[in-house]
Ligand binder design. Structure first.
Ligand code: MSP
Length: 483
């Protein structure tokens, strides 16, 4: 009897809908897609959730700018934007299973229920908020956090607020969250970020305001119709409203939103009596000349432009190979093109084209694949498991080099025919393994190879010998790019 598939529930942050995606926001979801595809390769039952964060002041202001002031108008604006976001994710081949928008009724239902549970617990009270609010972060910010009077992330001046709000007793959960993080060493990754959160928790928390006076958009509080939920209290709940199961196995987020996920979110869950997510991974920023890429800083590049110009695999490969996951990385079209030409086209593309070309002429003969013993599969698996995509790719490309050298050293093109046929079979079986392992990163090329060689993409099939008697020369997988 086949055993039940292991479940894996992974999430991305939900994106603010007031703008279109840029290469920085794309980085986050592409990385999550790579992880999710890796778990699919393992044969797991993956649920990959993404979506849009719509109930924010940003949305309201963006809609206002277009002269769309009423709730119906704003909803229409978010509907239009949602279409745009989904179109971009399709172009990047993000294979999500769930897409949640916080303006949906199913989300609102969860927010209200959850709030009621927190309220029943006695963790909500009414108070006055006096201080600063950064509309870029959609968060209350302290004087201490400002750099030259500006938000360090958005380089904008926060607005001064003095308003009546509802507060959540965050401080009450400070020690419980701290203990949990200290005990569960894998809860926050990478380790440097875990340490950051521990010292933040030790420095002491304050209760937080979780509502704003109703400004004409958002979800009203069940206890006070003149207030709407603060966007983060509302948005974090997408991870519950967007999926049938809880807890999530993994939240992938950018480092700028770690405190919301590693401090506020666990406290909210503890208050309402829910399990905590299994793991939170905070990745770094994509920068241009060491400046964070963002719409508000005016240095954003469209991922659609990059995909149209260089191809999807080129962009995904650059993300995974160039930037150690968890660290910041500079985006450079020059490096993208260099890596594409040198690694994808010259090494991998060349191997596939030579081996399939020779095999088309000479034919194949099934034999034991000795060459594949040089593939460091265990290490590659371990690296993917630990989100070290760059290291996994390094290992895979070291094996591609071995295969190319084998063709060269054995001079297969002039070898005796029976021997050549067997060697070509071995090489094609290796190409199969490589294509399977590269699928999370470069799905388009991998799928073309799988189609040509007639195998299904899964780790199980990596270990099964290729069943192939003849093959056609592969189309060119990576056309060289001139910059
Ligand atoms: N709406 C919130 C998230 C709520 S989750 C309950 C938000 N949205 S965002 O659109 O501003 O950002 C979405 C994600 O994109 C964040 O993880 C953020 O870190 C990431 N990135 C935005 N710019 C980025 C770079 N330049 N580089 C890497 N990631 C970037 O925050």
């Amino acid at each position: 009897m086949a055993g039940k598939k292991k479940k894996f529930y992974v999430t991305t942050p939900i994106y603010y809908v007031n703008d279109v995606p840029h290469v920085g926001t794309a980085y986050c979801i592409v990385s999550s897609d790579i992880i999710s595809r890796w778990h699919r390769l393992l044969g797991e039952d993956v649920f990959f959730l993404t979506g849009l964060d719509e109930n924010s002041v940003k949305t309201y202001k963006a809609a206002q700018k277009l002269g769309k002031g009423t709730r119906t108008d704003i909803q229409k604006y978010t509907d239009d934007m949602a279409k745009k976001w989904r179109e971009v994710w399709e172009k990047l081949r993000i294979e999500y299973n769930g897409f949640i928008r916080t303006s949906e009724a199913r989300h609102k239902k969860v927010v209200l229920q959850f709030f009621n549970e927190v309220n029943k617990k006695g963790d909500i009270y009414k108070g006055k908020y006096k201080g600063l609010y950064c509309e870029g972060c959609e968060a209350f910010i302290t004087e201490k956090e400002l750099v030259n009077g500006l938000c360090p992330f958005h380089k904008t001046k926060p607005v001064k607020l003095e308003e009546e709000n509802y507060f959540f007793k965050l401080k009450k959960y400070q020690n419980q969250v701290l203990k949990y993080i200290e005990k569960n060493k894998d809860f926050i990754k990478p380790e440097s970020k875990r340490k950051e959160i521990i010292s933040f928790l030790k420095s002491g928390l304050k209760d937080i305001s979780i509502s704003r006076p109703d400004y004409g958009w958002g979800i009203n509080l069940p206890v006070d119709k003149n207030q709407v939920f603060w966007v983060w209290f509302d948005a974090l709940l997408n991870y519950i409203s967007g999926s049938k199961s809880w807890p999530a196995d993994l939240h992938i987020i950018g480092k700028d939103i770690l405190r919301f996920h590693a401090v506020i979110w666990p406290a909210m869950l503890l208050s309402a009596g829910y399990e905590l997510p299994k793991k939170i991974f905070a990745h770094g920023f994509l920068t241009i000349n060491r400046q964070k890429i963002s719409k508000s800083l005016g240095n954003a590049i469209s991922p659609v432009y990059l995909v149209e110009r260089y191809g999807l695999d080129a962009l995904r490969y650059f993300f995974a190979r160039e930037i150690p996951f968890g660290e910041d990385g500079d985006f450079s079209e020059k490096v993208l093109v260099e890596r594409y030409n040198n690694e994808l086209a010259n090494k991998f593309g060349n191997l596939v084209s030579r081996v399939t070309g020779l095999a088309e002429k000479t034919g194949l003969e099934k034999t034991e694949n000795k060459l594949i013993k040089k593939l460091k599969l265990k290490e590659i698996e371990k690296n993917f498991e630990n989100y070290k995509f760059d290291k996994a790719l390094n290992e895979i490309f070291a094996f591609i080099d071995i295969c190319n050298e084998y063709v060269q050293s054995q001079k297969i093109w002039e070898a005796e025919e029976t021997k050549a046929r067997k060697q070509l079979y071995e090489l094609l079986d290796c190409v199969k393994a490589i294509a399977i392992l590269l699928w999370p990163v470069i799905p388009s090329a991998s799928e073309k190879i799988a189609k040509n060689l007639g195998f299904k993409i899964s780790l199980k099939n990596l270990k099964k010998p290729l069943n192939l008697k003849e093959v056609r020369k592969s189309e060119v997988l990576f056309v060289k790019i001139k910059l």
